[in-house]
Design a protein around this ligand. Structure first.
Ligand code: FAD
Length: 467
């Protein structure tokens, strides 16, 4: 282990400065804290991620003070949500219920979105150092007391701070160094892979609508985004798609589009631009996310399959809440640790329903008879359509929309419908009961104990060269 060339002090050091990291930095800097963000990337830079933001995500940008900057990137507001189930065909189409005054979704490519968040954090007073990779934590008396990193000039440095936030994504270095990365206490491998590409959009009449299609076990989406493009994401079941990137990805991707007539029609005459990208072997999880002097924001601590497009909003929201909750407690170790714990519990409580709902969508199966009945009901009844869309915007929980009473009603209607199979519906009721029981016990899983800090940690004091 080499010694750092310099040691400096900050109130908080944040590792990773995209969605979660920038949000935490903004909240802390606004509260007058001296905060340093370190990121191995150089912005603007892309991330392996599609980027639909439901109204709740757009509202989070507004709260952070980044919305104007993001809107200037030119992505069209998407005031209409549409979901189509094919065979038999049902269409759910509805406007959004406003979330904190925002009644539209938006799809902004990560290069511009992340750079806007970084710029907003800098404007709020945070110092952000790019091309700076963290490789070690500083431990003192069983607490994390800062980080060591290699800067853009390849110089090894140390920053000490009462709080270190890991906002460094799914393969988080901070999560690994505190010993929680490989032991999530809830873990759900996805049944779907992701393949996405950008198309030059020639359909002005569709530029206000985000659409999702379900055909058998295949799921496809078309979301208009910035620069006149439309993002098209396909999520086939894992068993029916390549599990590593091979030469034929584009052909495979185009073949899937042809299996979804509505999507094929949506993209007809549009040109694919650039490469098809893949997100494979994805898993949703909760990791232990807070301990003495440290916390894990964003994907570093909690991840949901992209199928419900919740990650960016939750990374920003709980990054911000973490900053707000801790800004006044950095000089009080006991109170700080208690607040970190409360923040972790809050995120878990507020994200559990959508985590479980997401895991159901990520199964890589055709729509269940019950889901089909819900689509049928929503096709008939605009209130149900609006309610379903409110789940994605986090205005309602999935259980509120698919409550036992509503499911019973939907099922009763299904039983009297000659197009529905009674046997399939009966099997579905059994599965619902089993799933409900499994989710109930999952909600009751308690947080595991924190791993012990490494037995040897760096406590050697070095004369500070900065403030
Ligand atoms: C295929 C796919 C599609 C998705 N689609 C959507 C969608 O449509 N909508 C949605 O809301 N969410 C989507 N998500 C989820 C979304 O991408 C994440 O939830 C979001 O990026 C989390 O942000 P973050 O800030 O936690 O982490 P990240 O965006 O992963 O940022 C982490 C940062 O940490 C930096 N870093 C890592 N290690 C270090 C280190 N050691 N030192 C310094 N810096 C480091 C990285 O350079 C990076 O800049 C998708 C995810 C995937 C995989």
């Amino acid at each position: 282990m080499s010694e750092p060339e310099s040691v400096e002090y900050a109130d908080v050091v944040v590792v990773g400065t995209r969605c979660a990291g920038s949000a935490a930095l903004i909240a802390l800097a606004k509260a007058g804290r001296h905060v340093i963000g370190l990121d191995s990337s150089r912005f603007p830079s892309d991330a392996l991620s599609t980027h639909l933001l439901w109204p709740a995500g757009v509202a989070e940008l507004q709260t952070l003070g980044a919305l104007e900057r993001v809107r200037a990137l030119g992505a069209p507001p998407l005031p209409i949500a549409m979901a189509v189930a094919v065979g038999p065909q049902y269409t759910v189409r509805a406007p959004y219920t406003p979330y904190e005054g925002i009644d539209y979704a938006m799809c902004v490519r990560r290069t511009g979105l992340d750079a806007s968040l970084v710029a907003t954090a800098r404007e709020a007073g945070a110092e952000i150092r790019e091309r700076s990779r963290v490789s070690e934590l500083v431990w003192e008396d069983g607490r994390v007391a800062g980080v060591r990193y290699t800067d853009s000039d390849n110089v090894f440095r140390e920053i000490r701070a009462p709080l270190t936030i890991g906002a460094d994504g799914r393969s988080s270095t901070v999560a690994s160094l505190v010993g929680v990365r490989d032991t999530p206490y809830l873990h759900a491998p996805s049944g779907r892979n992701c393949f996405y590409g950008y198309w030059r959009d020639n359909k002005p009449e569709w530029r206000e609508t985000a659409v999702m299609w379900r055909v058998d076990d295949l799921l496809g989406t078309a979301f208009p985004c910035d620069d006149g493009l439309v993002l098209c994401l396909l999520q086939p079941p894992v068993g029916k798609s390549p599990n590593r990137v091979t030469g034929g990805v584009e052909e495979f991707y185009r073949g899937m589009i042809e299996q979804i007539p509505g999507l094929n029609e949506r993209l007809s005459g549009c040109e694919l631009e650039g490469k098809v990208r893949s997100g494979l072997n994805i898993a949703s999880y909760f990791r232990r996310s807070a301990g003495p002097g440290w916390a894990l924001a964003g994907d570093a601590g909690h991840f949901k399959d992209p199928v419900t497009a919740q990650g960016i909003r939750d990374a920003m929201r709980y990054g911000r809440l973490l900053g707000e909750a801790t800004a006044s407690l950095l000089d009080h170790t006991v109170a700080l640790d208690a607040q970190l714990d409360a923040w972790e519990q809050r995120r878990r409580r507020e994200c559990m329903d959508i985590f479980q709902w997401t895991n159901r969508q990520a199964r890589g199966e055709p729509l269940t008879p019950l889901e089909l009945e819900l689509y049928r009901a929503a096709d008939d009844n605009p209130d149900i359509a609006v309610g379903l869309i409110e789940v994605y915007s986090r205005l309602r929980t999935p259980n509120e929309v698919a409550s036992p009473a509503r499911l019973a009603k939907v099922l009763a209607k299904g039983v009297t419908n000659p197009a529905s199979s009674r046997v399939a519906l009966a099997k579905q009721i059994g599965r619902e009961i089993r799933d409900g029981a499994a989710e109930w016990s999952e909600r009751r899983v308690s947080l595991p104990d924190l791993p012990a800090p490494p037995s040897q940690y760096a406590t050697k004091s070095v004369t500070p060269v900065h403030r």
